[in-house]
Design a protein around this ligand. Structure first.
Ligand code: ADP
Ligand code: MG
Length: 698
């Protein structure tokens, strides 16, 4: 059997393969493109394409595809085979530089938010050489960006790459001011921790709600949920362990650095974390990880649920976006340094992040806004919808001392002077693991915890990179004009802390009093739902910033806003339809059947003893038949409401109506059905219970 180091990355056209298969000249040109973003020469592209094809064929590949991330949130691919006719009547395997660099998928059915009128169906995909090509099944997959012919981005990768470039540009300006001439590039890195549920396929198939919407729309609370917290980091069940082993193997072959895995808080919930890497690669890898999780689960007779909230009353799934900025010399700019000089630099970058998160709270919230994630944020299991930053006591005290010009106890009890004093090294243990904070400093990186498990990490990182680029730009604009750099720096940091300290909060983010303080005293934003936050994408301050850094154009922003709201509306309407269907064809008839049998039994009892009036059957029958009438009435209301929602043309208004009218009715219907489930004999209930689902994997 092969060892991990032998098969790790075996399906990736990575640096090792490039070195081995390309001539020295070609390899060095390609490296320049990858490392420094230089344009690619067609001769180089031809040579690379040839080597890629030979390598792919040697691994059994017959097709290639431009692999991209349209705004549907999942990845897309259209396969072409390598074959080409040859004059002797046979075929030869061909793949040109042109085919490598550019593709033209018929893109008319991908969402474009009106950018691309349907008659102009063409869009094109362009190779992203910074993310390695890989083989999936029998197909060579080439990571690409996806644009319209007008050049507008139709995907998530294009703006992500632009935002990385924006941050690079501004970070370099700041580093130059510190005298760092040697640094050529600053890039952002991400390690996304991915949560998910595993249930058996057998149970899954019996739940139309899971099949159509990814979450349960009904289900009474199980007798045992997560009250005991005995699942967290608990022993992994054999069926799950086999799945994880297989999953790791598949991910490793694709060069994905799957590192840790453990059980999560809820029963049947697990987590996988990779070792961090450059943001665009991490994004590609996370998309692939989600896809492969589902494929491997299927091989094991399981289903991997990536929905944010598959089960009511049980913790949902999120994704933690661990984020940092690193120079090409390997210096993590969010790592407190060993010298005073490095420390001031660290403080400035830290302030840039604090300022960015405060100024663009709304964009971070928007970046995780989906119908699914609305169930988690603020439900005492994930961070609230209010964005704040946790720094830990030690760092908070340092910033406090700087702001007040007061002595800081950690530093020899004297006035803290930047550029002279050395900050204490923060060890990870003192940067307390505050699970309730949306944005936590964890020693040398920030962990953003509002992402939903099925979200692409692209949007969050686009907003984060752009917002930090904006802070750095403002800092550089100011500092470049000052004569005394040290004094200016001191003043800038002082002012930044003063201005943005309202976003800093070390306490319990789940606490009701915090939400009150945050919104009423500190003026922080609390956008509870997707319709609440999404329209703010187009607020002037946001469009100015994003357009200013070249991350989006106005057309792209408008289309994205439209698509996100459309997704929200469609998702909830599908859920409402599924509920109606399940209640009408499954739940109501089941309750009727059970009550009919109860009535028969009451009749029999009466024949035995006429005086029996209020036995178990009678009281259950009364409750259930009343409930069933209420359910039938609620169903009618819901159907009527759904019709009203359907005819609203404007997507923003539609989303408000859904939030205010449709969802409350869905919740009421669910409540009644769940009460009925708890009173109905199990053999009559048409769907597996929560206990059946959550404890199905052995
Ligand atoms: P946990 O948060 O569960 O304690 P770790 O802190 O070890 O786990 O790491 C969580 C994730 O953060 C991992 O994916 C890890 O690779 C990533 N990570 C660690 N350092 C950095 C960094 N400098 N930049 C980005 N991600 C990082
Ligand atoms: Mg973590």
């Amino acid at each position: 059997m092969k060892t991990v180091s032998e098969y790790f990355g075996s399906m990736v056209f990575d640096d090792r393969v490039m070195k081995a298969t390309l001539s020295a000249d070609i390899y060095s040109s390609l490296k320049k493109t990858i490392d420094e973003g230089r344009e690619l020469d067609i001769n180089v592209a031809n040579a690379v394409a040839g080597a890629m094809k030979d390598w792919a064929i040697s691994k059994g590949a017959t097709h290639f595809t431009h692999w991209f991330q349209p705004l549907t949130g999942i990845t897309a691919e259209k396969h072409d085979s390598f074959i080409s006719t040859s004059p002797d009547g046979g075929v030869i395997m061909e793949f040109s530089g042109k085919e490598l660099i550019k593709g033209e998928p018929d893109a008319s059915s991908f969402p474009s938010g009106g950018i691309r009128a349907t008659f102009e169906a063409r869009g094109y995909t362009a190779w992203d050489p910074t993310s390695y090509a890989f083989i999936k099944g029998k197909t060579l997959c080439i990571p690409t960006a996806f644009c319209s012919y007008g050049g507008e981005a139709l995907d998530k990768k294009t703006p992500l790459l632009r935002s990385m470039e924006a941050l690079n540009k501004q970070a370099l300006r700041v580093l130059r001011l510190f005298g760092n001439e040697g640094v050529k590039r600053v890039s952002t890195s991400v390690g996304p921790e991915q949560e998910y549920f595993l249930i058996t396929r057998e149970m899954y198939e019996k739940r139309p709600d899971l099949r159509f919407t990814g979450r349960t729309l009904f289900g009474a609370k199980p007798p045992k949920g997560q009250e005991m917290d005995d699942h967290y980091f608990g022993v992994i069940k054999p069926g799950v362990a086999e799945f994880m082993e297989d999953l790791n193997k598949e991910l490793w072959k694709l060069g994905i650095l799957a590192k840790t895995e453990h059980n999560e808080v809820a029963p049947a919930q697990h987590e996988l974390a990779p070792i961090y890497t450059t943001t665009n690669v991490a994004t590609d890898h996370n998309q692939l990880t989600m896809e492969i999780m589902q494929k491997v689960a299927a091989k094991h007779g399981l289903v991997c649920l990536l929905h944010e909230k598959p089960f009511a009353g049980v913790n949902g799934s999120g994704k933690h976006n661990n984020w940092s900025m690193t120079t090409d010399q390997g210096v993590n700019l969010l790592s407190p340094g060993a010298t005073p000089h490095e420390n001031v630099q660290f403080l400035l970058f830290l302030c840039a992040v604090i300022k960015a998160v405060d100024d663009y709270q709304d964009l971070l919230r928007i970046s995780v806004a989906t119908a699914g994630n609305d169930h988690r944020l603020g439900a005492n299991e994930a961070p609230p919808a209010v964005v704040s930053i946790f720094l830990g006591d030690e760092l908070a005290a340092v910033l406090d001392a700087i702001e007040k010009d007061a002595p800081y106890a950690g530093i020899e009890k004297k006035q803290m002077k930047l550029g002279v004093d050395v900050l204490p090294k923060f060890n990870r243990d003192t940067t307390d693991r505050n699970r309730t904070s949306p944005f936590a400093f964890t020693g040398n990186k920030f962990e953003f915890r509002m992402l939903g498990s099925s979200n692409s990490i692209a949007c969050t990182n686009i907003m984060l990179n752009s917002a930090v680029a904006e802070s750095l730009k403002e800092f550089a604009d100011y500092l470049e004009k000052q004569d005394n750099f040290e004094d200016a720096l001191q003043k800038l940091i002082h002012e930044a802390i003063k201005e943005h300290k309202r976003i800093l909060f070390n306490g319990n983010g789940y606490d009701e009093t915090w939400i009150k303080e945050a919104t009423e005293e500190r003026g922080l934003k609390n956008y509870r739902t997707t319709p609440d936050c999404m329209p703010h994408l187009l607020d002037k301050k946001n469009t100015d910033m994003l357009i200013g850094h070249g991350v989006f154009s106005m057309v792209e922003l408008k289309s994205r806003c439209e698509i996100m709201l459309e997704n929200y509306c469609k998702t909830v309407m599908i859920e409402a339809n599924t509920m109606i269907d399940m209640a009408e064809t499954g739940i109501v008839p089941a309750i009727s059947a059970y009550t009919a049998d109860l009535a028969k039994r009451i009749d029999i009892k009466h024949r035995v003893d006429e005086s029996i009036k209020n036995g178990y059957e009678t009281s259950t029958l009364k409750k259930l038949s009343t409930l069933n009438d209420c359910i039938a009435m609620k169903l009618e209301e819901l159907e009527e409401e759904l019709h009203k929602v359907h005819v609203i043309d404007d997507v923003e208004n539609q989303s408000y109506r859904i939030r205010d009218e449709l969802i409350p009715k869905m919740n009421e219907l669910r409540l009644m059905c769940d009460q009925a489930e708890a009173k109905t004999a199990k053999s009559y209930w048409p769907y597996p219970s929560y206990a059946d689902l959550l404890f199905s994997v052995k």
